[in-house]
Design a protein around this ligand. Structure first.
Ligand code: ZN
Length: 470
């Protein structure tokens, strides 16, 4: 059973998706007004770990991440440089995608952009006006939070001081201003304008996520992620918009990632203490070490980004690298070590159980390093032959479909989609769904990979229609 801490309930809950075998996931993406710093990237690495673990557990994950390319910050940035919004945001969008690749983050199924979804936002705002949850004022349209009784449920804010009709215009604001927020903003000099049924103007920030999540995942979906900064007002407002408009629950599980602090202070552009992935890479830090560092602190704990933490991540990855080299260096054929299959099975169980417990990465890594320690002892005693080495490397490959940090050298690595399907088949077998397992096996043969179940676990080889390729 997989369990996650749900911000909405404030408790760890058993995770059961809406549709068996499928998970719908929406994660708030970047506001492309500047380069994303490693504090921003931490959330995306956490979401990648979540997604990879769900895939490893046999779920098909449908993932949508929005790109905020129109809001207060992007408009201000474009105006300051005297260029169009599109021209201004393009370079930050490009770097963002490059950073995702650098950090070995698997791509989402969709990256919808706010400016491509104005009609979808207009439809919801129109509906909210008709239902009496929104009102017009000076050419803008505001959400009347007093009319949505569940307002504040996610962020647990106090509604006592709320004075109905007080409005806040800015896209981002503090908990002190629990006010009606802008869904649609009246035209202003120097701001982009869309001519719509609502009249001219441009959308506020929050409405885009309500519109785009529904378009790609439906009005109710399984998991919504973001940083803790998003809880209020952004996610609170998304709930108010979506649930009032669709009349049904919006999100079943809310998972929020804590801040990254640099030497004790939150990393933020406004604080001037940011560093980016490309700056770190230019300073000689291995890209997968950055990923390891961002991954290895539990997502609900503050991550302290220090030189020391970086060195520790480097040392941990060096141990992994040394282990892979030691296994690859085994060239003698020996009888199978009797303890290895059990050791692998126990490690797999420990690793999976830990991640199933609200992504307890520290315990999952501890299980992996315990495996390395014990196996190294066997290597030292010359108890492992080439078959055992391959078995161990295959297992590392399996674990790395979740972690994405292991250097597996020149060995052929199956494409991630194939590895995911193998993991899905294993999950189906464990769950006793042999029909699904057989279907996946047949699908893989068509993709050129033949699976063999041996007493030590599943093996694969490349095949063509006419038989083995190599
Ligand atoms: Zn959002």
């Amino acid at each position: 059973m997989i369990r996650f801490f749900n911000t909405l309930s404030g408790r760890v809950e058993d995770f059961v998706p809406l549709r068996p075998g499928e998970v719908s996931l929406y994660t708030c993406g970047p506001t492309v007004y500047s380069h994303q710093h490693v504090g921003n990237m931490r959330a995306y690495v956490f979401e990648d770990l979540l997604k990879r673990f769900l895939s490893f557990s046999g779920f098909r994950v449908r993932h949508v991440m929005n790109i905020t390319d129109v809001d207060d910050k992007t408009i201000n940035g474009a105006n300051a440089e005297g260029v169009s919004l599109q021209e201004y945001t393009r370079k930050y969008i490009d770097t963002f995608f490059a950073d995702l690749e650098t950090l070995n983050i698997r791509p989402a199924d969709h990256y919808p952009r706010a400016t491509d979804h104005i009609p979808e936002m207009v439809a919801i705002i129109k509906g909210l006006l008709e239902k009496g949850l929104a009102y017009r004022k000076d050419g803008s349209i505001y959400y009347s939070i007093a009319k949505f009784p569940a307002y504040g449920r996610l962020s647990k804010i106090r509604m006592d001081d709320l004075r109905p009709g007080q409005r806040v215009e800015a896209d981002e604001y503090e908990k002190e201003s629990v006010h009606d927020f802008a869904l649609w903003k009246a035209p202003k000099p120097g701001e982009p304008v869309w001519e719509t049924e609502l009249g001219p103007g441009r959308p506020g920030w929050h409405i885009e996520c309500s519109a785009m999540s529904a378009k790609y995942l439906g009005p109710t979906f399984d998991i919504h992620c973001g940083g803790v900064d998003n809880i209020f007002p952004h996610h609170e407002n998304e709930i108010a918009q979506s649930e009032a408009y669709w009349g049904r629950p919006f999100v079943r599980f809310w998972l929020h990632c804590q801040h990254l602090v640099r030497d004790g202070e939150k990393m933020a552009k406004s604080k001037g203490n940011t560093t980016t992935v490309s700056e770190l890479a230019a300073a000689g830090v291995d890209r997968l070490t950055i990923r390891y560092l961002l991954l290895s602190t539990h997502y609900r704990k503050v991550l302290n980004f220090t030189q020391e933490a970086l060195s520790q991540a480097q040392a941990a990855r060096q141990r992994l690298l040394d282990f892979v080299l030691a296994l690859e260096g085994i060239s003698t054929s020996r009888p199978a070590a009797p303890s290895l299959p059990n050791l692998i099975a126990e490690t797999r169980r420990g690793f999976t159980d830990a991640l199933g417990d609200d992504l307890n990465i520290a315990e999952a890594l501890a299980a992996l390093f315990e495996f390395i320690r014990t196996t190294n002892t066997l290597i030292g005693a010359e108890a492992l032959g080439t078959d055992d080495a391959r078995r161990s490397l295959d297992f590392l490959g399996e674990v790395d479909t979740v972690l994405g940090v292991l250097p597996l050298g020149k060995r052929e690595i199956l494409p991630e989609e194939i590895q995911e399907r193998i993991a899905a088949r294993e999950a189906a077998r464990r769950a006793g769904d042999f029909r699904l397992a057989d279907d996946i096996r047949a699908e893989l043969v068509r993709a050129g990979v033949k699976l063999e179940d041996t007493k030590d676990g599943v093996r694969w080889k490349r095949v063509t229609k006419d038989g083995p390729r190599t």
